[in-house]
Design a protein around this ligand. Structure first.
Ligand code: UDX
Length: 438
């Protein structure tokens, strides 16, 4: 099928590449000429495992192309996916101006039937507004349908999530549009859930806020574990073994970050307030999440007494492993807080160094070549992102490199007993402090 994706950011590019991979003819449109130039030159502006390969392969097979022209996009695709940003506003609600603008642009060029799909994460009832807008601006009598088709891809495993989704949600009320959507997704072996538009939009916000709730739940439990000398990893294992609960998203740590959860939870709260049904449970989720960093900083101050002038190594800057994304990364918040208290911070991340160098805090940081270099001479090591390479570090070399052997493991990545055996004082999340044994 011929598909157009408007907005070639994280979601748009990955979705477009995966559609091309299963045989569709995809045109990805973006209004940033530089980005389109980069993509046409075969370069990918983000790090995402497996993405570069499928982009290159499908560009070569002429199933994937890029353009800056919405007109060309409307002409090309029978189905037009909108995948433009939906950034947060200061009050937490979503800025829908990019969506509205694209809806107007599409209507300008619409001259025969098209399905317009909301792929971006949007508040419930956005689809209705998109349809109204197109109807208002398009030439009279032109046929179109609006569909909601939320994405559930995770950064770092976006290609795999798209190629083998748990489910595909399609919200719409026109058989003609639903038939085309089902044809697009035919090559993907996954259950398809067909709903009305509003339910599809709600599913996205409800899914992300439930996952965030799970994270805050385990983080709140972590605090109780610390106060009662229990181990949150064991507790997570014990409750997660119940199929009704599940072990996923029960990893206690510094809290959730990234470009989705913080924004989506705030947006869902804002919608609930607009609907006059304030979702206070989600406010508590936010509060617990913010508290994780504060508790961690308290523990650092407790151990180091004064942070000013202390040499602190921070491993990990990305908001989670397998991505170079530092947007709303808790690791970055942590580094900023340490710098604000006058600590001398040396950082290392396997993939996110380049993106971190563009941040305002970068001038105050020392960027190390590798994890061990970052730790050289440090008075404390903080693990802020659970990259696998950090777990396999040689603890004896690490001990030699550091000035004082203190590990603050914000992601419960290391084995506390092994760390203690190598002479470290170790503090994880929800597992108390383990004193050095040698
Ligand atoms: C999320 C959703 O998972 C995805 O379905 C949606 O489409 C977009 O938002 P993503 O933001 O890529 O994906 O990351 P995710 O893997 O969900 O992690 C989000 C944050 O939660 C990260 O900061 C991660 O470190 C944290 N997290 C996750 C925990 O702290 N504990 C966990 O157990 C799991």
């Amino acid at each position: 099928m011929k598909i157009t994706i408007i907005g070639s950011g994280y979601v748009g590019l990955t979705t477009g590449a995966c559609f091309a991979e299963v045989g569709h003819h995809v045109l990805c449109v973006d209004n940033d000429p530089k980005k389109v130039e980069t993509l046409l030159a075969g370069q990918i502006p983000i790090f995402e495992p497996g993405l570069e390969e499928i982009v290159k392969k499908n560009v070569a097979a002429r199933r994937l192309c890029f353009s800056t022209s919405t007109e060309e996009g409307v002409d090309h695709g029978e189905v037009l996916f909108i995948a433009v940003p939906t950034p947060p506003q200061p009050d937490g609600s979503v800025d829908l101006s990019f969506i509205e603008k694209v809806a107007r642009e599409i209507s300008q060029y619409l001259d025969s039937y098209r399905v317009i799909v909301d792929k971006s994460t949007v508040p419930v009832k956005t689809g209705e507004r998109v349809a109204q807008t197109i109807r208002r601006y398009a030439r009279p009598g032109v046929e179109f349908d609006v569909v909601s088709n939320p994405e559930f891809l995770r950064e770092g495993s976006a290609v795999a999530d798209l190629m083998k989704p748990d489910r595909i949600v399609i919200g719409g009320n026109s058989d003609r549009a639903l038939a085309l959507m089902q044809k697009i997704y035919e090559p993907f072996v996954a259950p398809v859930l067909v709903t009305d538009i509003n339910s599809a939009e709600l599913i996205k916000h409800a899914a992300n806020s439930f996952l965030a709730l799970k994270i805050s739940y385990i983080n709140a439990l972590a605090e109780i574990c610390e106060a009662s000398n229990a181990d949150v990893l064991k507790v997570a294992e014990g409750i997660g073994a119940d199929k009704r609960i599940g072990r996923d998203f029960l990893n206690a740590g510094l809290g959730y970050g990234g470009s989705c959860f913080p924004k989506d939870i705030a947006a869902f709260i804002a919608i609930s307030e607009q609907l006059d049904i304030p979702f206070n449970l989600l406010k508590e989720v936010q509060r617990i999440n913010a508290r994780q960093l504060e508790r961690f900083l308290d523990a650092l101050r407790e151990a180091l007494w004064v942070l000013k002038d202390k040499k602190i190594a921070v491993w990990g800057l990305a908001f989670k492993p397998n991505t170079d994304d530092v947007r709303s990364s808790v690791a970055i918040n942590l580094v900023e807080r340490l710098v604000a208290e006058g600590a001398q911070v040396t950082v290392y991340d396997p993939k996110a160094m380049e993106k971190a160098r563009d941040l305002p805090v970068a001038d105050k940081l020392t960027f190390a070549e590798n994890a061990l270099e970052a730790a050289r001479g440090a008075e404390a090591l903080v693990i802020a992102t659970e990259w696998r390479e950090f777990a396999s570090v040689d603890l004896s070399q690490l001990r030699e490199a550091m000035l004082t052997p203190l590990i603050f493991d914000g992601r419960n990545l290391l084995d506390p007993v092994a760390a203690a055996d190598f002479g470290f004082q170790y503090r994880g999340i929800g597992r108390g402090t383990v004193e050095a044994r040698s």
